[in-house]
Design a protein around this ligand. Structure first.
Ligand SMILES: [Zn+2]
Length: 492
C-alpha cells in the first residue's frame, strides 16, 4: 500500500497585524521528503499516523511530502500558500500511483486571498489523485469546516481534547484509513454548521459545557456503525465567509444515522450556547490584586487578549502595566516578544541597567509600549530543546530584565516556549520562587501544573480577546450568535 503523508497546518487570526510567511513555518521545523518521517516519530498527528502504520500487517510504503507547521499567527501570505501548494501537488504527482493520502491540517487557516486554505489544499489533492483514492485528514478541533473540505476528503477527524493530544488524533485517523483500505468500512459523512462563535473561556474539554459536548461525541461513538463524531468549536478570530462552529459525523455506510447524530450534536451545542458564552474574566488591575493577595503557590494570569497560541503578537503590555502599577513582594514572571528590546538587553549585557520602551509595537491597536527601567539579569545566546510530542523548540536568543519584582523574559520571536517553564528555567530561574506567571494563552496551562495554585483569566484587550463583539467582522456569515439577535435555531 502506497500512502502519501503531509502536514500543512497553521491557525490564522484575522485580527492579528501579523502575516505568516515561510519563516514562521521554519521556526517550528519545515521538512520535506524522508526528513518528515525521520523527524516526526512521536510528534504531532503524523507521529501518531507513523505509529499505526508501522503496526499494520502487510507492506505499507509511506511517501512523505512536506511537514509545515506554523502554530498560530496572522493570515498566511499569498506567496507562502502558493509555495506550499506547489510543493504539495508536485510531491503527490511524483508519488503516484497512490492507495491513500493522509493529511494533517489545522482547519482554521486563511491566506491573504483564500478564506479556506484547507478546502483549497484538499481540492488540490483530490485533483491529483482522482475520485477513488481515500483522503483522510487529522484536524485541530478549532477548525472551520467548509463544504469544500467535506466534498474533497473522505474522512475528517478532530482532536478529542483541549489541551490537544495531536498524536492521538493521528492514530484515530490512521486506524480509520487502514480499515477503509482493508475494505472493512465504507464511511458516510454528515455535517452541520452551527451559527455560533464563542470566546476561548469555555474551551477546555475537562469542564463545563465543552466537556458535556465532547463527552456526548465520545458516547455516540460507542454506538454500532458510528466511526467518528467530531465537534468543531471554531477558534473565534477567524473572519471568513463560511465561519462558525460545526460538527462532522462519519458512520459505516449509514448516511441516515450520520445525519441524525450530526443534528443531535448541533442542537446540543445550540442549547448550551449561554453556558459557552459564560465567563469568569476579571479586569487586569483586579487580577493582579488577587494574585498578590493569594496564598503561597503559583498564580497563573491568563492574558486572554494576547494568546500567542491563538495567533496574537505576544507583545501586549496591559497585564505588564497592571503588575508595574502594583509593586509588591510577589515575584512575577512575564514573557514579552520584542526583538528591539531583546537586542538592547543583549548589547548592554548582564548587569547593565536599561531604560526601554517595551512591547506594544506589533499590537499597537490594543495597547501602548511601556517604559521601564531595569537590570539585565541574564542573557542566553541560543537554546534548542526537545519538547517531546510538541517537537523541537528553538528559543534562539533570550534575555531576562528585572524591573523590581517583575521579571520580564524577552524573546525575539513567538516561540512555543512563551507558555512553557523552559523559558524561565533556561535563564536560571527556579519556578518554585515565582508567585505569579503571565501566560499568553487561554487554554494551555498544562506545562505549569506542578506549581499551579490558582488560575485567573484576565479580561485583557488584544487580537485574541474574549469580547468578540468588539472586533470589526467583515466576512463572517450573519446572523450569528452572540453577535446578532438569534433566539431560535435548529439543525436542518
Ligand atoms: Zn486548537
Amino acid at each position: 500500500m502506497r500512502i502519501a503523508v503531509a502536514e500543512i497546518a497553521q491557525e490564522s487570526d484575522s485580527f492579528s497585524p501579523l502575516q505568516a510567511d515561510l519563516t514562521d513555518f521554519e521556526a517550528y521545523g519545515l521538512y520535506f521528503g524522508q526528513e518528515v518521517l525521520d523527524r516526526m516519530k512521536g510528534v504531532g498527528p503524523i507521529g501518531g499516523f507513523i505509529e499505526v502504520a508501522a503496526a499494520e500487517p502487510g507492506e505499507v510504503v509511506l511517501l512523505p511530502i512536506v511537514r509545515a507547521w506554523g502554530s498560530a499567527g496572522g493570515v498566511i501570505k499569498a506567496e507562502t500558500l502558493d509555495f506550499f501548494t506547489e510543493r504539495f501537488v508536485a510531491g503527490l504527482r511524483t508519488s503516484l500511483p497512490l492507495d491513500a493520502v493522509f493529511l494533517s491540517l489545522h482547519g482554521a487557516a486563511a491566506s491573504e486571498q483564500v478564506d479556506d486554505v484547507e478546502g483549497h489544499l484538499l481540492q488540490a489533492a483530490r485533483d491529483v489523485v482522482g475520485a477513488g483514492v481515500p483522503i483522510v485528514v487529522a484536524l485541530d478541533h478549532h477548525a472551520n469546516i467548509t463544504q469544500q473540505m467535506i466534498d474533497c476528503a473522505d474522512v475528517l477527524v478532530g482532536h478529542e481534547t483541549q489541551p490537544h493530544d495531536p498524536p492521538a488524533t493521528g492514530r484515530k485517523a490512521a486506524r480509520l484509513l487502514f480499515r477503509m483500505l482493508r475494505g472493512e468500512i465504507c464511511p458516510s459523512v454528515a455535517w452541520q454548521k452551527i451559527p455560533m462563535i464563542m470566546p476561548q473561556d469555555q474551551f477546555l474539554t475537562s469542564a463545563g459545557p465543552m466537556q458535556q459536548w465532547f463527552d456526548r461525541a465520545r458516547s455516540l461513538e460507542q454506538r454500532d456503525g458510528v466511526l467518528d463524531v467530531s465537534p468543531y468549536p471554531m477558534q473565534p478570530w477567524l473572519d471568513v465567509a463560511e465561519g462558525g462552529w460545526s460538527v462532522v459525523v462519519h458512520t459505516d455506510d449509514d448516511p441516515a444515522l450520520a445525519r441524525q447524530l450530526a443534528k443531535e450534536m448541533a442542537d446540543l451545542a445550540w442549547q448550551l450556547r449561554e453556558q459557552f458564552w459564560a465567563s469568569e474574566r476579571v479586569a487586569p488591575g483586579e487580577a493582579v490584586r488577587r494574585a498578590i493577595a493569594a496564598e503561597a503557590g503559583l498564580v497563573i494570569l491568563s492574558d486572554t487578549g494576547d494568546s500567542v497560541y491563538g495567533g496574537a503578537p505576544g507583545d501586549n503590555t496591559c497585564v505588564l502595566q497592571a503588575l508595574l502599577d502594583q509593586p509588591s513582594d510577589a515575584l512575577a514572571l512575564v514573557p514579552m516578544v520584542d526583538l528591539e528590546a531583546l537586542n538592547a538587553a543583549c548589547t548592554a549585557g548582564v548587569g547593565a541597567r536599561l531604560t526601554l520602551a517595551l512591547g506594544g509595537k506589533v499590537d499597537n491597536v490594543f495597547c501602548k509600549p511601556v517604559t521601564v527601567t531595569g537590570q539585565v539579569a541574564a542573557v542566553s545566546t541560543g537554546f534548542v530543546v526537545d519538547l517531546h510530542d510538541r517537537g523541537v523548540c528553538d528559543l534562539q536568543r533570550t534575555a531576562l530584565l528585572q524591573v523590581g519584582n517583575v521579571w520580564i523574559a524577552l524573546l525575539g520571536h513567538r516561540s512555543f516556549a512563551v507558555n512553557h517553564p523552559i523559558l524561565y528555567t533556561h535563564l536560571g530561574i527556579d519556578m518554585a520562587d515565582a508567585k505569579i506567571v503571565v501566560l499568553k494563552t487561554a487554554s494551555n496551562f498544562q506545562f505549569f501544573a506542578r506549581w499551579r495554585r490558582e488560575l485567573i483569566r484576565v479580561d485583557s484587550p488584544g487580537t485574541t480577546q474574549s469580547d468578540l463583539t468588539a472586533f470589526a467582522w467583515r466576512r463572517l456569515p450573519r446572523p450569528i450568535y452572540p453577535l446578532d439577535r438569534l433566539e431560535e435555531w435548529q439543525a436542518s
